[in-house]
Design a protein around this ligand. Structure first.
Ligand SMILES: Cc1ncc(COP(=O)(O)O)c(C=O)c1O
Length: 390
């Protein structure tokens, strides 16, 4: 290899999303005239709510496009703090809220703040793949801990304690989780917060799907762990994936250093997006996103029993987000091939488990219910025909 083409070692440790290959194959089938039911896509099918679009148009027409503070617009930080009081009954000082370029930037900032070279961060396997890559990019060591139905596919205080070592810096938990849609129960989260504190580490909790909670009261870890870093986003609950806007609620003493990192890494979150997002907290938007939350819940209530009936294993009912992580070992032990076969044979696209870790990954697939009920029913019917074709 030419000397100038030698790349940093970290690049080879970052894996691409295998789901992108499924998506490319799906698009190729569609180009040939085949119909595909897309259950691989990890973003809401709903458009951004109209009041948000209107606010964006006004912001751009007014010329409100200059950099903001790296911490975000003060009015937006205040609105997010009020949202915590109204939705989750926790007091958060607006000064602790840092608006970021998606929760992706939030995760990078927090990892940049706490992780030093060769320090470990504990993560659930299966889990959201970017998390281990953020740690790796920062020269830390992501440690995926195998989790299964016995802990609702989540880390527990006991698992954290068992895998903690002198080089461990903290634990990152996404609740509700991508890919499993399962949450950490409140009492367990309390134990986790106490354990991480006792061990002298940092707790980072990704609550990006908290607004999309079904059948139980959504609880923020901020209720009892004021020292945790909480990550969230406008992407999922507010249907604003492409606007690239998220936030961190950080302990007050770390805000200045996070600001410094944000200033240097991307200067400020997108200004038109921030001004648009102010409209998320108006009653008209709240009504729209709550209606959509109910639609997601109805889809889940259809899809999970339907998958179980087909022979997929879904031992824990997902209670948030829009994903089902299904055990497909009855049909295959090669999830990638299975995804290819189902796409080709049934015209249904979903994500191979290997995108989310290594633990029993080849026996799992992730299905997203980010399509309407009619398509969902069609997808299940096609799966039934494909799997039980004589
Ligand atoms: C668990 C989790 N965290 C973070 C993100 C990043 O989202 P965004 O950067 O759009 O806020 C995603 C996106 O799918 C996710 O599933």
């Amino acid at each position: 290899m030419e000397l100038q083409d030698r790349l940093a070692a970290r690049v080879s440790d970052i894996e691409p999303f295998h789901v992108m290959e499924v998506q490319t194959a799906a698009r190729a089938l569609e180009a040939k005239g085949r119909s595909v039911i897309h259950m691989e896509i990890g973003e809401p099918d709903f458009p951004t709510p109209q009041p948000v679009l209107d606010a964006a148009r006004r912001a751009i027409a007014d010329g409100g496009i200059y950099y903001t503070s790296a911490l975000g617009l003060p009015a937006l930080r205040e609105a997010i703090a009020r949202h915590y009081a109204e939705h989750y009954h926790v007091d958060v000082a607006p000064e602790r809220v840092i608006v970021t370029a998606g929760s992706s930037a939030a995760l990078l900032l927090v990892m940049g703040l706490v992780v030093d070279r060769d320090e470990r961060i504990l993560l659930a396997d299966p889990g959201y793949p970017c998390n281990r890559h953020f740690v790796r990019v920062l020269e830390g060591l992501p440690l995926g801990i195998p989790v299964g139905p016995e802990t609702r596919y989540q880390l527990s205080a006991e698992l954290i304690e068992r895998h903690w070592s002198p080089g461990t810096r903290g634990a990152l938990i996404a609740t509700p989780s991508n890919p499993t849609g399962t949450t950490v129960p409140r009492d367990e989260m309390r134990r986790i917060a106490a354990t991480v504190e006792r061990l002298g580490g940092r707790l980072i909790v990704d609550e990006i799907y908290l607004g999309l909670t079904y059948g139980e009261t959504p609880r923020s870890v901020l209720e009892f762990a004021g020292d945790a870093f909480v990550i969230s986003s406008f992407s999922k609950y507010f249907n604003m994936t492409g606007w690239r806007l998220g936030w961190i609620v950080a302990p007050q003493r770390h805000v200045r250093d996070l600001e410094k990192l944000a200033q240097n890494l991307y200067i400020s979150p997108a200004t038109p997006s921030q001004r648009a997002a102010l409209a998320c907290f108006e009653p008209a938007t709240a009504a729209i996103v709550e209606e959509r939350r109910a639609a997601f819940e109805a889809r889940r209530d259809f899809l999970v029993p339907a998958l179980r009936e087909l022979g997929f294993g879904v031992p824990v009912m997902p209670t948030g987000g829009f994903f089902v992580y299904a055990d497909c070992s009855r049909f295959t032990d090669d999830t990638e091939q299975f995804c290819r076969d189902v796409l080709e044979g049934a015209g249904v696209a979903f994500t191979p488990g290997i995108d989310f870790g290594v633990h029993r990954a080849r026996q799992h697939v992730r299905l997203a219910y980010t399509i309407d009920q009619r398509k969902l029913e069609e997808g299940v019917a096609r799966l039934r025909d494909f799997l039980f074709r004589a």
